[in-house]
Design a protein around this ligand. Structure first.
Ligand code: CA2
Length: 147
């Protein structure tokens, strides 16, 4: 059975409670639920981790080696400056898809640059919760398990 890990970075636990105009009304549990439903239909095991701590995310990425076939990662603010996350992604063979709810390229200048972009397979941004679903669909297609 193929395995996918979904990692959510800092403050994403607040989804659905604040700034709905930017991040939408869905909670993180809602998003995870939608991903789980789709993954189950494809017969894929999916697991989730949200952390506000850089080191926890680094550990999860390192430990994904040999355990998961794909990672969907919304590194949130770490996207823009965490060399530690970038190095962790670069140290594993597991393909990573970078996910953003908002379109980081049309927001403040400091959000335009992703330090992880050079070490991920690809990026999905600006589709709200559907960014995660689009990333999952791409992963399922790459794994050869999409209908
Ligand atoms: O658009 C995205 O998914 C981001 O990764 C979200 C990050 C932001 O720093 C990135 O530039 C783009 C912020 C996540 C914070 O989420 C909140 C949710 C509700 C209320 C407050 C923050």
């Amino acid at each position: 059975m193929k395995r996918i890990l979904v990692l959510h970075g800092p403050n994403l636990n607040l989804l659905g409670t604040r700034e709905p105009e930017i991040y939408g009304k869905m909670t993180l549990a809602d998003i995870n639920g939608r991903l789980e439903t789709r993954a189950k239909r494809a017969g894929v095991l999916i697991e989730f981790l949200q952390s506000n701590h850089e080191g926890v995310l680094v550990d999860a990425i390192q430990e994904a080696q040999g355990k998961y076939d794909f990672i969907l990662l919304n590194a949130a603010a770490y996207t823009h400056y965490s060399i530690a996350l970038r190095d962790a992604i670069g140290s594993i063979d597991v393909p990573v898809i970078e996910v953003h709810l908002s379109n980081i390229h049309k927001r403040e200048g400091f959000r335009h640059h992703s330090v992880i972009a050079p070490v991920v397979m690809g990026q999905v941004a600006g589709l709200g919760a559907e960014s995660y679903l689009a990333a999952l669909e791409a992963a399922l297609l790459k794994l050869g398990v999409a209908e």
